[in-house]
Structures are given as structure tokens and as C-alpha cells.
Design a protein around this ligand. Sequence first.
Ligand code: G4P
Length: 541
Amino acid sequence: METTPSEITQSVEELENAIKRRRTFAIISHPDAGKTTLTEKLLLYGGAIHVAGSIKSRKAQRHATSDWMEIERQRGISVTSSALQFDYKGYGINILDTPGHKDFSEDTYRTLEAVDSVIMLLDGAKGIEPQTLKLFEVARLRNLPIVTFINKVDREGVPPLDLLAEIERTLNIRAIPRNWPIGTGRDFRGVYDLIDGTAHLFTSLEHGGQKSEEKILPAGSPELSNVLGTIGLANAFEDERELLLMEQNLWDTTLFQKGDVTPVFFGSALNNFGVEMFLEGFLPLVPPPQPRASSQGPIEPSNPVFSGFIFKIQANMDPLHRDRFAFLRVCSGKFKKGMTVRNNNTGQEIKLTKTLQFLGQRRELVEEAFPGDIVGLHDPGVFHIGDTLCEKGNFTFEGIPHFSPEYFSRVQIEDPMKRKHMNKGLLQIAQEGGIQIFSMDQDGERDMIVGAVGMLQFDVLKFRLLHEYKAPVKLDTLGYDRVRWITGEDSMIRALAGTLDTLLVYDQDKKPVALFRNEWALRYAVEKYPKLTFHGTSPRT
Ligand code: G4P
């Protein structure tokens, strides 16, 4: 059936309106700063959940039902990134959660490719911690706009002005507060909105599920002076306020959008305080879905042709349904369930039938999605991280980073009857991007070697092979810490294999790869074999 001109106008309008509303961001923080708590409170205020505390209990439930998540509990880290969607006052919000532990940073880096802005969450008692710094640097590299939320103001911590100075000094970004705490620690009474000049005092601190009750007072109101008096801030607050209002003149939206200025909000996620002011304050600041670089130039979100890319693959999310999902960020056009798309990285045509979206705590079948949205695609093993899917056209999206492993272990099956299970598990986990597989010969028949960017990945691998694939393995750490993909003449590559402190292996595509024991061994090989080319990642990528 032909599309009529009015239907075309209608769909252009629908797409443009959807893009305008969308806000897709990730929360970056050091473990324990309160990311889970803040995420939950954002969902509470967005109406996606009605009683907070449920994510925590979901965490607990997950531990009960999914064995490998036990690792997460044991180590107190969040291994997986999830994508959550909810609406708030006309905005369509997508939050991509990122694991905070350093050994999972590749996953985080890829997730940061799929967002348009970042919330940097700090623990007000601790300031900038190492993992925040690392993640901040990645966000900075991508020129992502960064909004700061300083959490746990209800705890005794670093004075707010010192926190701003620390952000500016350590991160080299201008920090401009949008609100200001009224007292901190035990004296914490509320926050002052520097934009509209009102003080929001809480009438009760609500640790648990419900939204907190608050009283809104204009600056200079006698009641506010009274409260300030009781916490010994009667004069100090007025002086600080004047100084902070002057700071507002330095606000520059263009610099914010380039990642050179960060608006700073204070609050307490646990007590629900400052969370709503934060939502209302940052949503109008952060940009809607942005154009994305591709092999054929930038792709505008308003381009009516559907396109997107896979940034994450995750198997066995639900142990009751041993399924695997590829997470797609929609970049342009409208996604419709059942549509046929082309995987431009493999040339394969795929009908997208089983597609999910993650609404608060629920997974729901998704009928349609727009730029900025994240869709979970059921993956029978046809997707790879970085794949571009589109309705029409031949371009591929750029920028999904690939990582060189720095740790290597030989895998030995403990029960030879389970070798098939082990191979299946290794392959699936490698496709998720957690490890890379190498073998001692080109047929992949002999010893298997796995490479990872962090040692913790090996613990997760062992645990998952045992619990998800029933394949107990032993991992022997090998003393190599550098890897290079090698191209050049076969005879020369074979000669390289005999070099001291060098191990020649093959990747899954049967490409030769050399592992080196140290920097010296690598340099020696590079000098000895000038006709070989040494690549940091697979030459295809
Ligand atoms: P994460 O995801 O960043 O790792 O942190 P998470 O939200 O799990 O929070 C870490 C701890 O910090 C939790 O305490 C949480 O209750 C607490 N927290 C979060 N926000 C605030 C806040 O605004 N004020 C205060 N005082 N504490 C906060 P926990 O004891 O580790 O866990 P739980 O027993 O509360 O579950």
C-alpha cells in the first residue's frame, strides 16, 4: 500500500516529537557512592516504581535465583549494565546503568558510546574517587555533557565549596552549582534552588519508599531565617548565596554541551532529598539524541530510515529463560517490531521479532522505539558488539571501542565429557565481549587460552562456565601481558614463534596473534622482524 503525503508528514512529526523528548544518559560513579539508590529514586519520581527499596530487593532476589550473580554479591559490585526506560513530565528517559568496578570498564566504555550525556555521581563525604576519575575521562574523551550530583549530603563530609574546588582542580572542568545544601551532615535541612531562588526544606526525612515531604520558602522568608539560625548559618548562608548567584553568570550552555562546564546539584538519594529538583533541573539542560558518526558521515536522528548499533550482549539474564539479548541503541528513524533490517557488518538480513524494553523493573515487549531508546533484541547468536543494523543503506557506525587483553590464562576442562559445554560457554561469553579466546593452533583444537582486561573477568568466567554451562574448568594464569595481532609473510610469523618470551596463538578468526611476556620482548620482536606489522587490536576492527 502506498504511503500518502499526509501520512509522511505525520510520521516526520511523530519522529521529531519523539526525539525532542528523549534523554539518554548513564550514571558514572565509584562503587558505593549511591548509584543504585539514585537510579531507584529517579524511577520512583518517574512513577516507574511506586515504592523504593524494590531494586534492592530485586538485587537480593536475583542473588537467590541466579547463581552467577553471587559473584556480584560477594564482591559488592554490579557486574551487569541494565537499560531502564521511564517517562517524567513529558520526557522519555533512558538510563543506562554502568558497572563501577574497574575490571568491568570495557563494558562501561561501550555503554558510554550509547548515551548523549552523563551523570557523575559523587559521594559528598569522599569527593572524587579513582573510578569516577577514570570514567569521567572517558566521558570527556567523547565530549559528553556531564551533570554532577553530589550525594549523601546528610552525612558529615567535605564542605560544599571545597567539593566544587576539588572537581575543578582534579577534573579540569568548571563546576557551577544549580542548588546549594542548607546545612550538611546532621544539620542538613534542605536545598536552595539557585535558579528560582526558593529554599526546599524537608519536613520529614524519608529513608524508605515514599517521596519526601517538603516545604518551599522564598529566600529571605522569616521561617527560613529561623531554620538557618538553628543550625548556625544565619549570616554565612546569605554570603554564600550572593557568591553563588554571581557564579551563575558564568553559565554557558555551549561549554556545558562540550563537556567543559558541569552543573552541580546536591542532595541525598537515600532520603529522596533533592532528587526531584535534580530531575527537573538537569532534564532541560541535557541534549536530546545527537547525530552519530558513521562510515558515510554523520547520521541524523531525524533521518527517517531506521538505524542503530549493538553496544552490549548479555546471555542468561534470566536463569529461568536461558536467553541472550543484544542491546541496540536506536540512532535514527523509527524501530518497529517485526521489521526486517540488514546487519551491515555481516550482510545478513534479520527480522526483529522478539524485542524487549526495560521499563522500571519490568521487561516488556516493545512495539516501536525512537532515537535514543534502547531495545533488547533476542539474539540466537547472530549479533556482535559494534554491529550496525539498518533498514536501508550500507554504512557502519563508528566508535565502539575494542580492547586489548592484558591478562591471559590457559583453560583446562576438569571433566572431559563437558568439553562441548565449555566451548559453547567460552564462545558465548566471548561474544558478550567479556573475554577473548585464542588457541594454540589454527584449527582451534589444542589448548584454549583466554584473554581479559582484568583478572576479575577470569573469576566471572569460571563461575559462569560452572553454573550456566555445567563445565568446571581450571584456569592457569600465563605470564604474558601484551598482545599484538601480526600480519606479514607466513614463514616470518612462524619464525617469530621461536622468539624468547613470545607465544604465537590464533584468534577465533584464525588470525595469528603474539603474546609477549613484557615490553622488552615486544620491542625485541618489532626490531627483529621489521617486515611484520604488529597491531594492537584485530586488524579487521
Ligand atoms: P552503588 O550502587 O553506587 O554501589 O551504591 P548504593 O546505591 O548501593 O549505595 C551504597 C550505600 O550508600 C548504601 O548503604 C546506601 O543505602 C547508601 N546511600 C545511598 N545514598 C545515600 C544518601 O543519600 N545518604 C546516606 N547516608 N547513605 C546513602 P549500605 O549500607 O551499603 O546498603 P543498604 O544497607 O542501605 O542497602
